[in-house]
Structures are given as C-alpha cells and as structure tokens.
Design a protein around this ligand. Structure first.
Ligand SMILES: C[S@@+](CC[C@H](N)C(=O)[O-])C[C@H]1O[C@@H](n2cnc3c(N)ncnc32)[C@H](O)[C@@H]1O
Ligand SMILES: Nc1nc2[nH]cc(C(=O)O)c2c(=O)[nH]1
Ligand code: SF4
Ligand SMILES: [Mg+2]
Length: 273
C-alpha cells in the first residue's frame, strides 16, 4: 500500500503485491515529498540592535508569532497576546536576510536577531538558526528561556520573566496560572545558556520590589554580575528616563549592567523598528 504522504511518479506501474506483502513499483522507488517547514512570522525588518551587549549593531530581525507566556507589559502584543502574520519557509526567510540592507550602511548585514513572540516555540527555528550560522551570520536569540530545545546560537539574550510579569488574574485567570507555572524553568535556562557561545541575562524591571527576586534568579542561574542586564519596563522615552536613576543606582551597587532600550529612543515603540 503506498502511504498517503508518498507521491507516485505517473510513469510508474504498481506490480501485484509480492509474497512478502510489500508493494514494489515497477520502475522507481516511491519518493515521499514532505512540505517544507514554515514559521509564522509577525514581521521582519532591518534595524540596529537596541538592547544589550550588541546595542547599535546593524541587524536583521525575524519576529516569530506566538508565545507560551503572557506578560502584561509585552511590547509586541501582535506576536504574543494576539499573534499575527503569515507562514514563511526557512528558504524564504534566508532569502530576506541575504538581501537585507540598512540606509547609509555600505557593507552587508551580518547579524540576525531571532525574536518574537517566543522564537523557541516555532517549529523550524533550529533549522533556521543552523542554516544562517552555516552561512556565517551571527545569531542572537531573544528568548524568555522557557522552552527546552537543542538550539545553538552566538548570543543567547535570555530574559527571565519575574513574578510580577504575569497578566492580571481577574481579567486573565487561566493565563495567569499558565504564565506562573511556565515562566522560570531554571534548568532549561541553564541548558540553553550552556549551548550558546555567549549569553546575557536581561531582566525587565517594573519596580524596585522585584530586586530581591532578580538576585535569587541570578544566584539560581549561577551567572556573573557582568552578564546581568537590568532593563526598565517601558515603551516611551519618558518611562525609560523615569526609571533610569533608581535602576542605575541599584546596578552600580550590584555591579549589574544597566540596559537601555535604544530602539525606543531612536524610533519610538513602532513596528518594524
Ligand atoms: C517581545 S520580547 C520577545 C522575546 C522573548 N519572548 C522574551 O520575552 O525575551 C523581546 C524583548 O523585549 C522585552 N520586553 C517586552 N516588553 C517590554 C516592555 N514593556 N518593557 C521592557 N522590555 C520589554 C522582553 O523582555 C525581551 O527582552
Ligand atoms: N531595534 C530593536 N532592537 C531589539 N532588541 C530586541 C528586540 C526584540 O523585540 O526582541 C528589538 C527590537 O524589537 N528592535
Ligand atoms: S515572553 Fe516575550 S513575547 Fe511573550 S509575552 Fe512576554 S515579553 Fe511578550
Ligand atoms: Mg522589541
């Protein structure tokens, strides 16, 4: 019996089944054609990395759509709370990377940022990262670090979600429970860090009440202060500036690194930037 996934080449005649019960094709081996893996993509765009150790580096962003958490502050709800976007193959995405450019930049973009939504839930993300790295691109993965997959990258930008990141339990009772259950798998995060050439652990901080939890996560992960980036929760320059002074004081006390959100300063909180 030829299985449903197989494509029979028209010229082939199927012989009567052999004593072994197998069905052999007179001329050619049955070939099965599987559809290429696709990823749901909210947006792709060329910009400059706005956060962390590579701030300012011209990069091509691939934002996958869909997330397994629901942070109340998510600045890209069109890729998490209400995911949008069409499905693209890894070939199509790699083609976009190859032809990406930034005005007034005369050399090709060599950095790709895989982000989301949560990129690690996207089937095909490992294939995409591996193929781009094989072509010599530097891959940064922006992730909340909750998905246990075997993926390699050049910079793991791990953003553990703190207790206060959960959605309002009155408006979103189910998601509040799921979010809290999923948000902090320390061992999964350590596995992802161990596989990456480099990592930065980047916390979104909305209030000083989160400092204690940050310190306990830093300790649990076993990361050094110089790899800890403290980023204000905010999507406007005013919000970022209002947080800067009390956050930088604490960063200095703990030797953590203050993390600005330059894309907000350069472009505002706009899609495609
Ligand atoms: C939209 S997330 C996508 C990647 C992944 N889901 C994550 O959370 O790390 C990209 C980055 O923006 C941060 N982020 C999202 N909303 C934010 C906000 N309102 N203020 C500050 N950072 C925010 C996330 O923590 C993460 O570092
Ligand atoms: N310019 C720019 N830099 C970024 N760094 C991390 C981003 C993200 O959304 O993951 C991001 C983004 O959305 N834009
Ligand atoms: S994990 Fe990232 S993409 Fe998902 S809701 Fe939180 S900030 Fe948004
Ligand atoms: Mg962003």
């Amino acid at each position: 019996m030829i299985s449903r996934g197989d494509v029979v080449v028209p010229s082939q005649q199927v012989k009567k089944s052999q004593p072994t019960g197998k069905t052999w094709l007179a001329s050619k081996k049955v070939t099965s054609v599987t559809a290429p893996t696709t990823l749901r993509i909210a947006e792709t765009f060329a910009s400059r990395q706005g956060e962390g150790a590579l701030t300012g580096v011209p990069s091509f962003f691939i934002r996958t759509s869909g997330c397994n958490l629901r942070c109340w502050f998510c600045d890209t709800p069109y890729a998490s709370w209400k995911p949008e976007g069409e499905r693209l193959t890894t070939d199509e995405l790699i083609e976009q990377v190859r032809s990406a450019s930034i005005p007034d930049l005369d050399e090709p973009i060599r950095h790709v940022v895989l982000t989301g939504g949560e990129p690690l839930i996207a089937a095909g993300i490992t294939e995409l990262s591996d193929r781009l790295r094989a072509e010599g691109y530097h891959i940064t993965i922006e992730t909340a670090g909750t998905v246990d997959i075997e993926i390699d990258c050049d910079l793991l930008s791990l953003s553990p979600k703190l207790r206060a990141s959960g959605p309002n339990a009155v408006d979103h009772p189910a998601w509040a429970k799921t979010h809290e259950k999923r948000r902090l798998p320390i061992q999964v995060m350590q596995k992802l860090m161990a596989r990456s050439a480099a990592y930065q652990v980047k916390f979104v901080v909305d209030s000083a009440e989160e400092f204690e939890e940050i310190e306990s996560v830093v300790q649990a992960l076993g990361v050094q202060p110089e790899d800890v980036w403290i980023m204000p929760q905010g999507v406007t320059v005013e919000q970022l500036d209002a947080a800067r002074h009390w956050l930088t004081d604490w960063c200095e006390e703990r030797s953590f690194v203050y993390c600005d959100r330059m894309q907000i300063r350069w472009y505002g909180n706009r899609r495609g930037t």
